[in-house]
Design a protein around this ligand. Sequence first.
Ligand code: KIV
Ligand code: NA
Length: 266
Amino acid sequence: RKQTTILDLQRMKREGEKITVLTAYDYPFARLMDAEGVDVILVGDSVGSVVAGYDTTLPVTMDEMVYHTRAVARGSEKALVVADMPFLSYQVDLAEARRNAGRLIKEGGAQAVKLEGGTNMAETIHALVDIDIPVVGHIGLTPQSIHRMGGYRVQGKQAEQAEKLLADARAVEQAGACAMVLEAIPASLAKEITAAVEIPTIGIGAGIDCDGQVLVIHDILGLCEKYSPKFVKRYADAATLIRGGIRDYIDEVKSGAFPGPEHSFK
Ligand code: KIV
Ligand code: NA
């Protein structure tokens, strides 16, 4: 099994083959989705929301991202592993951005990093690509901008905002990114951006015309029972399965049915 590379993603866009992306934060999930043939595994800073239970992604640290990336990289044989750069790991200056992106590659074992921003991050994207670290861009709803956006809401609905996002997409491509995530923007705008750039667009809440799709694994498996955005589709109800297993264990220990002789040593 040959490892997927950023060249494969470019080829898939050219040939019209949709790119599948899911998030993972640990070894078992990475193993499962890699075996099922997902093209790209994203170690998202959404780990802060879905695993750590934070309200935003802002508290996630570099050390945490390195730890989760390492676990995912060990579980992925074929899928390309992309690691998110957490808030404040790339915004301060280019030297910090290079050091931190390099850690996700060197210590984490990722093949590429992802960072949020458009025109404002072009120089940073270029600085990383220049030292051979592939970068995935991320524009539209950028969760690290929560305090500017004043909430998680669809971006680019007004004509002026849409123009800005198109310019951001072009800047990200110009800066040398190998792909970009389009999050929570009108489907028509995502279609326009996808046609305007040669690098693949990966949509989340961005309609059918993106070159690929990404969703958070806990969302598609029904493991996040709190709020789930409109763009999430639930493909399984893992929470019910897990609750059942936990309940049966508790019942059997309480009743004395577990452990049986087959689980005990003579
Ligand atoms: O952190 C994340 O999971 C992401 C994807 C939803 C694009 O950035
Ligand atoms: Na993210």
